[in-house]
Each structure stands twice: as structure tokens, then as C-alpha cells.
Design a protein around this ligand. Structure first.
Ligand code: SAH
Length: 266
């Protein structure tokens, strides 16, 4: 994995240039490369070896801060095939699916790989993530996004299959789903989550959510079936102007969690 324990920027690092106005531009550092922006430039070699967070000046004098992006910042800038899950929900997914170092996770679909990156970080080198994805083009793009951020990794397996047709390589500790009809995965999840394991799915509409909750209940193998949504409100704190921001994202999706047990208590 990409070692982030040093604050010295090096070849291969993805970096963000931060302008005074708060704009961000994403680049990957390459020996001998040149970074161009609005008619100005800077050789990558002048950035490689500097500390994360350094102030730099381009050839025309424009100044920027150079920073390695956090996961939340990186996923906003990476090339996307499918709609990603944003950091607000990823955080809630990681805690509610109880992702831990060493866990074996099954994920579907991979989309652009935003959730995959978070899962891989969560399970660490001793854990593993298996991603089912029907679209080969999405799988390829997601793999590039993951490699660019995490470097070469050995514990990610991509399976180019329709997960509604079944799961081959269980049991898993956790199943995390972001696809339109997760209830079609529920019968396979029953056989492929270990006792005490967790099923979690993210869905944009409540109609889908009701359908998945009912199908989880019908199996008789899940308990603590629970649906949540997260509303995140940013605040403006500036002198005496201390108030919530006027705008917020009203809706992203509903997260449903269920725990695999032998039989729920009736
Ligand atoms: N969580 C991802 C986004 C997933 S978008 C992210 O944050 O980047 C939903 C993905 O599910 C798409 O890539 C779609 O191709 C895939 N998908 C839909 N139905 C599927 C199925 N039956 N089996 C496998 N993948 C599926």
C-alpha cells in the first residue's frame, strides 16, 4: 500500500493544488513531468521531495498549496463511471458495517471504486475485499482509481459477474451493496455471510429500502434490521456570523443494516 507515514512528497503520489479561492486541481507526480495550469507551469521535480502542505509558486507567480488529498477529497476528483457514494455516507457505512482490520468483505457493484478504497483501508493488509461488478468498463476505471490512490495492492479481487446470479467464494464477514435490487442478493447473502456477520446496502429510494427490509425479514436469518440516513449540516463560523450554511445536500441515500443470526428472537 501507498505509505502515508512520511510527509515528503514523492514520485507516484496523487496531489492536489489548492488555490486561494479554494479550488482544487488533481495531479500525479512523475519524475521529469511538468504541471501546467492556466498558461503557467512547474516541473514535478520541484514538488517531489517537498513536504506535504508546502506553498509553491508556478512560473507566472500564482501560488498554491500542495497537499495529498484525503480519501474524501480524492473521490470527488477521480474519474467516474457510475455515481459514487460520498464521504458523508462512506463514514456511516464503515462504522455500521463494522469494518475492521483483517475482515473479509464482499462488495457489489464497484462503480467508480469510492467505497472500495474505504473498505480496503478499513480491512488493512490482513483483510480482503472482493468486488462483483457486471460492467467491465466500470471495473477497469475503478481499478485505476484504486491503484492511483492506494498503489499496488494484493488483497483486492474483482469478479466480473452479475451478483444476482449467486456468490461463489463465501463466507464473508461483511457484505456491502450499492446496486439497484439488493433484495435479489439477499438469498445468496444468507449462505455467504458468517454467523454474526453484517449485511449492509445503500439505496437512493425508500421504496427499494422497504423491499430489501421485507426480504431480509422473510429469510428468518437476520436480526437488528435497521435503516438510517445521514443529514450533514456545515456551519459558517466567521466573527459574529455563526450559523449553519444556507445550503445543504438534502438527500443521498438510505443505509440498511442487518445482522446474520441463526434465528431472530420472536
Ligand atoms: N459504490 C460505488 C458506486 C456503485 S454504482 C462507488 O462509490 O463508487 C452501482 C454499480 O453496481 C454499477 O457499477 C453497476 O454496474 C453495478 N451493478 C448493478 N447491478 C449489478 C449486479 N447485478 N451485479 C454486479 N454489479 C452490478
Amino acid at each position: 500500500m501507498n505509505e502515508r507515514d512520511s510527509d515528503i512528497l514523492k514520485e507516484g503520489d496523487v496531489i492536489h493544488l489548492l488555490s486561494r479561492k479554494g479550488r482544487r486541481y488533481q495531479f500525479q507526480l512523475k519524475n521529469g513531468g511538468r504541471l501546467h495550469h492556466s498558461g503557467e507551469f512547474i516541473p514535478h521535480d520541484e514538488i517531489i521531495g517537498k513536504r506535504d502542505g508546502t506553498l509553491i509558486a508556478l512560473s507566472g507567480g500564482s501560488r498554491f498549496i500542495v497537499l495529498r488529498p484525503t480519501l474524501a477529497e480524492y473521490i470527488l476528483k477521480m474519474p467516474r463511471g457510475a455515481q459514487i457514494i460520498y464521504a458523508k455516507d462512506i463514514g456511516v457505512i464503515l462504522t455500521n458495517a463494522d469494518i475492521y482490520p483483517g475482515a473479509r468483505i464482499l462488495e457489489a457493484g464497484i462503480g467508480s471504486g469510492a467505497v472500495t478504497i474505504a473498505l480496503l483501508r478499513g480491512v488493512g493488509e490482513k483483510g480482503s475485499v472482493t468486488s462483483y461488478e457486471i460492467r467491465e468498463d466500470f471495473a477497469e476505471k475503478a481499478t485505476e482509481n484504486i491503484r492511483r490512490y492506494l498503489g499496488e495492492i494484493q488483497n483486492h479481487t474483482l469478479i466480473n459477474k452479475d451478483i444476482y446470479n449467486g456468490i461463489d467464494d463465501g463466507p464473508f464477514d461483511r457484505i456491502v451493496l450499492d446496486l439497484p435490487e439488493p433484495w435479489r442478493v439477499v438469498p445468496h447473502a444468507v449462505d455467504n455471510i458468517r454467523g454474526g456477520g453484517i449485511f449492509l446496502c445503500f439505496l437512493p429510494t425508500i421504496i427499494q429500502t422497504v423491499t430489501v427490509v421485507e426480504s431480509l425479514r422473510e429469510t428468518g436469518c437476520f436480526t437488528f434490521i435497521n435503516t438510517i440516513e445521514t443529514l450533514m449540516r456545515h456551519w459558517n463560523i466567521d466573527g459574529r456570523s455563526v450559523r449553519p450554511e444556507h445550503r445543504m445536500v438534502a438527500h443521498t441515500g438510505f443505509i440498511t443494516i442487518a445482522r446474520r443470526v441463526e434465528k431472530p428472537l420472536s
